[in-house]
Write a protein that binds this ligand. Sequence first.
Ligand SMILES: [Zn+2]
Length: 339
Amino acid sequence: MNTWSKQGLWWIVLAAGLFGGCGSGEPRADSAGQRRLRVTCTIGMIADVIREIGGEHVQVTALMGPGVDPHLYKASAGDVARLVGADLVLYGGLHLEGKLTEVLEALARRKPTIAVTRDIDRARLLQPPQFGGLYDPHVWFDVQLWARAAETIRDALREADPRHADDYDRAAAAYLARLTELDAWCRSRAAELVPHQRVLVTSHDAYNYFGRAYGFEVIGIQGISTEEQATSRAIVELSRLIAARRIKAIFTESSVSPKAIRAVIEDCRRAGWNVVEGGELFSDALGGPGTPEGTYIGMVRHNMNTIADALKWMKSAAGSGSAEIRGRPDAQGFSPIEW
Ligand SMILES: [Zn+2]
């Protein structure tokens, strides 16, 4: 056990003693005057689904707000109080909440603490080589996988608050229908692009599930976690690839510094290829409250529209340009390029 997690567990013990399980503030009542279920979760995508399914029966607290990176997040004393005071704790799991994982596991011995990815068939999870044998935690980018997570959230609410089980079932059914529509819409937007246009270059490896679900090749500068800094060698290699393949746009992320992506754009321009910044994607955090991207569905729509709009007009590599073309376009688009 490292120093931090010892400290984290110490906070749990202290907070449990201070708050005695009473939690952070008294929960408000619902319209029937019944006490709301206090649910604390980690990322905004989970909070949004809890609100959709739980409605007025739940009081939701998300530890990580807009722009916050879950891989590097450390719990504050206030967060520990919010975890200890909750009736139910929901988190992503699959090591998404890197530095918080041991705190959550310790908490699971005291109260219902559930990873929303728990019931996803392991055969549908990705294990990219750069993850060192771990599963890729960014499952919300495949809407069908996130629908499975929504079912786990529904089941957790039913179990924690059986009095309102029928309401949770009804709201979940309506929400799952919206996710089915969203998935179909993503496929139709992706279908507007020809195969060689479907290449997504971003800051970190968050989009592997998106790529598999909607047919995009995905290239991230940093590894699976944002902890690794993009090396200058990786930036140069990526710039060469973008120029050779005539990739028109690459994307920044709201919870990761845009520095590496901007360095790639500069490097491409020096090599004579004018790649543009295609826009900001939401990867590991939602947009601000009250904005369209402040909900899971709005975030997915924003990302898909940003990607499809920026890449739509990408021309085939056939034609002139100052950068060297090493791939040969064919009827399907590009052949893979080896470096
Ligand atoms: Zn991530």
